[in-house]
Design a protein around this ligand. Structure first.
Ligand SMILES: Cc1ncc(COP(=O)(O)O)c(C=O)c1O
Length: 379
């Protein structure tokens, strides 16, 4: 039976994964059940998500464009997914929820919507997705901090110094390289004291912890479906409407307009204004189902976060907890054995680098090791 959001109400453990029992060939011969250590890059599909997509497929039709039964049902499923994403990130009632392809797409959209003259501040340790789009704007990159306190101190200094009327601090919720959880709520409070807004790249924390935009005073959040166990090509940008509705839309095209003449156009209101072209209905519904499914498991994560704070996880995983922010109190556990090696390399005092030098190697493990070897004379 199809529920309002296109979910088939069938029995499935909420965290069961598609392909969890897949066997792979070994180089030594034989087969073994595959253990996926790469969830931080792209997580497998939740069974619940697959069931919802399977259930919607026979009813798939155009969204916001047709009067037929299937079209109305697909539209309802798409709109229902928007409600699910909104409540997943605990957005304010006047925040806008936009479906995007992924976090990268969401950040590019936000970068294109910044008011003229806006200044952006980001740390050099950000993922490329949260670095490169800002380069098209007036951006200041801060060096990788050694502790949450240093991050706050450096940010405080730079926000005193930057004079632009409109300022945005772009920060990750958790590093994809080190697993460190950034003190983004404190960063948001500090930014607001200076009259700046905050964008949170939640690609990594969203699968683990509740994102509370309202409580943490986050102005904009981006998430990726494929990291939230919904790999159907949708992500989302959620946040304050004013910047997103001013100026030209990120993509121009059908669906984003109310009225068009050869020499004139009247752009539609949000969210349509920033969702030109035929939407990814299946991707959005998959993301919505993942959001609904993961929210209850996040309650357990709250207890996990408390354990982190009490030092429980830190003791058990202390070997993996030395990286850019040596004193970072919370981090996600990382499975890659090579990380230990980079931690040792990264933990050494580094020569002063430009932001570009500092960040370029981070997502590229081999280059990181090579560059550090050169710097420290290691083979
Ligand atoms: C912290 C962080 N931000 C942004 C991204 C980009 O996400 P996507 O590739 O889904 O756009 C990633 C992906 O690994 C990430 O780990």
């Amino acid at each position: 039976m199809l529920a309002r959001s296109g979910i088939r109400r069938e029995e499935a453990s909420s965290t069961a994964l598609v392909g969890a029992d897949v066997e792979v060939p070994l180089v030594s011969g034989g087969v073994r059940r595959y253990i996926n250590l790469d969830h931080a890059a792209s997580a497998p599909c939740l069974v619940m998500v697959k069931q919802a997509v399977d259930a919607l497929l026979p009813w798939y039709s155009s969204v916001h464009r047709g009067a037929g039964f299937k079209s109305r049902l697909a539209t309802e499923a798409y709109d229902g997914a928007r409600v699910a994403v909104r409540s997943f990130v605990q957005a304010r009632s006047d925040d806008c929820v936009l479906f995007t392809r992924n976090t990268t797409d969401a950040i590019n959209l936000l970068a294109s919507a910044l008011p003229v003259g806006a200044a952006v501040v980001a740390f050099a340790s950000e993922h490329h997705a949260n670095l490169l789009p800002w380069r098209r704007r007036d951006v200041t990159f801060l060096p990788v901090p050694h502790s949450p306190e240093e991050a706050l101190e450096k940010l405080d200094q730079v926000l005193r110094w930057i004079r632009a009327d409109t300022r945005l601090v772009a920060v990750t919720g958790a590093s994809n390289v080190t697993g460190e959880i950034w003190p983004y709520a404190e960063i948001a409070r500090l930014a607001h004291r200076h009259g700046a807004r905050v964008f949170l790249d939640a690609a990594q924390p969203a699968p683990h912890h509740p994102i509370d935009m309202t409580g943490s005073e986050i102005d904009y959040v981006a998430i990726s479906g494929h990291k939230l166990y919904a790999p159907f090509g949708a992500g989302a940008l959620v946040g304050r409407s004013d910047w997103l509705r001013s100026g030209e839309p990120f993509l121009a095209g059908g669906g984003a307009v109310d009225y068009v003449r050869v020499d004139d156009v009247l752009w539609a209101e949000l969210p349509d204004r920033q969702e030109a072209g035929s939407p990814n209905v299946l991707g959005a519904v998959a993301l919505g189902v993942a959001c609904r499914t993961l929210r209850p498991t996040h309650r357990g994560a709250r207890r996990g976060a408390a354990q982190h704070r009490s030092g429980h996880h830190r003791r058990r995983h202390h070997r993996a907890s030395r990286c850019c922010g040596h004193d970072c109190p919370e981090r996600y556990r990382l499975a890659l054995p090579e990380l230990r090696r980079w931690h040792r390399l990264l933990a050494r005092p580094r020569p002063q680098t430009t932001p570009y030098d500092a960040v370029r190697p981070l997502p590229d493990h081999h280059r990181l090791n090579r560059r550090n070897r050169i710097r420290y004379g290691r083979r």
